[in-house]
Structures are given as C-alpha cells and as structure tokens.
Design a protein around this ligand. Structure first.
Ligand SMILES: Nc1nc2c(ncn2[C@@H]2O[C@H](COP(=O)(O)OP(=O)(O)OP(=O)(O)O)[C@@H](O)[C@H]2O)c(=O)[nH]1
Length: 388
C-alpha cells in the first residue's frame, strides 16, 4: 500500500477543519442562539470552503466542467462570507452588497477564462477577490472596534482582527506567487515545497479565522453583559454602582495631581410632569434631557444616573470655572428644549450644583456631598440655575 501524497493529506486536514467548524457555528447559531446571524454566516463561510476544496481537488478528474468553475467561485464566496461575518460581529450590521458584487464579478471573470490547464489567472482572481474583501472587512471592523472603545472609555479590541489581516495578506501572496512560480507548480496536487507551504498556511488560516471569530463573539458577549451590569436601562447613562466606581478612580488620581469636578443635575418639578402627563412622559423627558446633554461631554467625561431624576457628570481634569461653563451650557440646553408630548410642548428645566475636588477631601463622597448641597441651593433660589 502506498502512502497518500502529503498535499492530499493536508487538503483532507483543511477539509476536516472546515467541516467541523461548519457544524460548530451551525450549533452556535441554531441551538445556543449566540450571535445567530454572524454564526450562520461563519457556518456558510466554512461550508463554502469545504465544498470549494472538494470541487477544486477533483479538478484533474473533471477539467472544464461547471463543478470546477463552481469550486473557484466558492473559494471567493468563502472569503466574502468571512468578511461579512467579521463585520456582523463588530458593526452589528450585515454588509452584503460589496461581497455579492465582488463574488459575482469574480464568477463572471472565472467563467470567461479558457480552460487550457493554465491556472495562473484563476488563482489571481480568487486571491485578489478574497484578499480584497477580507482586508476591507477587517479594516472596517478595526475602525468600528476602535470607535466603540473610545465611546465606552475602554481598551480597544481592534488588535483581535490582526489575524484576519494576516490571512488576507497570505491570500495576496498566493496571487503574487503566480507571477514567480513555474506554471506547472500552481496545481496544489503537485507536492512542491511552495505548494506544501501554501497548504500549511491555508490550514493555519482555517484554524486562525475560526478561533479569531469565536474570540470576537465571546468578547462581544462579555462586553454586552458588562454593559447591562453598568448601564441604566432607561437613559443608557452609568448606573449608580458604575458611576461610584468611576468617581472612586478619579479620586484616586487626585493624589497624583489630576483633579476633577462634578456637576449634579436634578430636573425641576418632575413630579408635576409625571402627575399631569403620566409616567411615560416623565420617562421620555429623562431620555430627552440625557440626549440633549450628551453632546456637551467629552469622551473622558462620565454621565451617571444617581436615582430618580437626579444625574451627575464627572469631569476629569476640570476646575470649578470649567464645570460652571459646562453646567451653564447644559442648563440653557434643557431650558431651550421642551418635551413634545401628544402634540403639546411641556417646558423643561433643571437645577445644577457644581463642586471641584480638593486635596483635603478624604473621599469622593465629600465632593459629591458639596455638589449635592450646591444643587439644593439652586433649588432654593427658584430652580433653573447653576450654583457652586
Ligand atoms: N417617569 C419617571 N419618574 C420617576 C422616575 N424615577 C423617579 N421618578 C419620579 O420623580 C419624582 C421626583 O419628585 P420630587 O423628588 O418631588 O422632585 P420634583 O418634583 O422634581 O421637585 P423639585 O426637584 O423640587 O423641582 C417622583 O414623583 C418620582 O416618582 C423614573 O424613572 N421615571
């Protein structure tokens, strides 16, 4: 009995990985319902890779048949689906259009090629289409993850897409190799050292792309759970626990020379609004106020809901004068934007209290108490004012 050729063994290993990955992603999408759209797309990417491998491996026995063309097209489709899955996980949207367009163009180009045994243009089309789509998807994912991290004030997950950029580069290298390597060696069945290297790279890429995507799905789930634990569901501001943690962190920096200020915000005559228009209108007013005030804040600022209609903004590296400016801008904005409810305008206003952290403050609670006292002074002065 003769030993199987090393290239065939590697092709079988890649196929096995693609088959197992298809089943795992299908189970994630349908049984566990974890990131179902992205998981289903990943199942599609692996299934397309497996089918493409089988069809392209049998090219020798059925040259020039539709099966051979389908195998090449599926190779591009697999990379396209991988790109769509990456973007689905990172941007939470399915970007199909560019993928469908590139795969269709590649399919047409592959159809137009003469079947004379010269694989150079086939490999170039597959490499260019696959590498281009995957690179574009990875860069979009990178941008989306970076933007999200800036918004949430967390470290970015963007480097997680680096393995996918590497895979896109490997695909490009495969295309470039067609300009250098002898024509006869482009058939992967021929066990040249170039083909063995390419097949090992493809096996690594197959494992890498699935583990990278699984990692992204997992981290996204963790981030979502963290977000649920630290956000107020009505206004999407920090809840009391998360705000207290941010405040304690800011206070710890005070000893190292980085100050901060607080702006306490309390809506005026909110009970009256609730009693007159109903609780739903009260909720809408809280959401409206938060939406209005968000543009006043920097990425480093923290907006928290302390309870009911009371909010607090933490302004790092800010003194009392800076906090007064921000608070006055906020006060004017709330006053200028009435709540539109059932075709009627209900005027809104809020009272503001500001305080700057001082080295003598033993804890953040002392600063919070000063801002709270200032806010109550604002209420006492007839509301809709800023007090220090
Ligand atoms: N709609 C709505 N109302 C809430 C929420 N949380 C607290 N409230 C209501 O907010 C009202 C707060 O009333 P008060 O503390 O008397 O304050 P106020 O009417 O704004 O009076 P001043 O602060 O003195 O101007 C209460 O009626 C609470 O029931 C909420 O999440 N949604």
């Amino acid at each position: 009995m003769t030993a199987p050729s090393p290239t065939l063994t590697l092709v079988a290993a890649i196929g096995l990985c693609a088959g197992i990955a298809t089943l795992v992603w299908l189970a994630l999408a349908t049984l566990a319902r974890i990131a179902p759209r992205a998981s289903l797309t990943m199942a599609g990417a692996n299934a397309a890779a497996l089918l493409s491998l089988v069809l392209r491996a049998s090219r020798g026995s059925m040259p020039g048949t539709p099966a051979s063309w389908l195998g090449d097209t599926l190779a591009v489709a697999s990379a396209a689906l991988l790109g769509v899955a990456v973007m689905a996980i990172t941007t939470r949207r399915l970007h199909w259009k560019a993928a469908v367009m590139v795969v269709s163009l590649a399919a047409l180009a592959l159809l137009a090629l003469p079947d004379d045994g010269d694989l150079r243009w086939r490999v170039r089309i597959i490499s260019a289409g696959g590498a281009g789509l995957l690179l574009a998807a990875s860069l979009t994912a990178w941008r989306s993850l970076s933007d999200e991290a800036k918004k949430d004030g967390r470290s970015t997950l963007a480097p997680l897409v680096l393995p996918l950029i590497l895979i896109a580069l490997l695909m490009a290298v495969r295309g470039i190799a067609t300009f250098i390597a002898p024509v006869a060696s482009l058939d992967v069945h021929v066990p040249t050292s170039l083909n063995l290297t390419l097949l090992w790279s493809a096996l690594t890429a197959m494992l890498l792309q699935n583990t990278t995507l699984a990692f992204l799905v997992l981290l996204r789930l963790i981030r979502r759970i963290e977000r649920l634990l630290e956000r107020d569901p009505l206004t999407d501001t920090f809840n009391r626990r998360a705000f207290d943690r941010a405040l304690a962190d800011a206070h710890a920096w005070l000893g190292r020379g980085r100050g901060y200020a607080l702006v306490m915000i309390d809506m005026d005559r909110f009970k009256q609004l609730n009693d007159s228009l109903g609780h739903a209108a009260g909720d809408a007013a809280l959401r409206l106020m938060v939406e209005q005030l968000r543009p006043c804040l920097r990425e480093v600022d923290r907006f928290g809901r302390l309870g009911g209609e009371e909010f607090c903004v933490l302004l790092p590296d800010t003194d009392l004068a800076g906090a007064a400016l921000v608070a006055e801008r906020m006060r004017a904005l709330v006053e200028a934007t009435p709540l539109r409810w059932q075709d009627q305008d209900w005027p809104l206003s809020a009272s503001f209290g500001i305080a700057e952290a001082e080295r003598a403050d033993a804890s953040a609670d002392a600063v919070l108490a000063r801002a709270d006292a200032a806010m109550y002074r604002a209420k006492g002065q007839g509301r809709n004012v800023v007090q220090a």
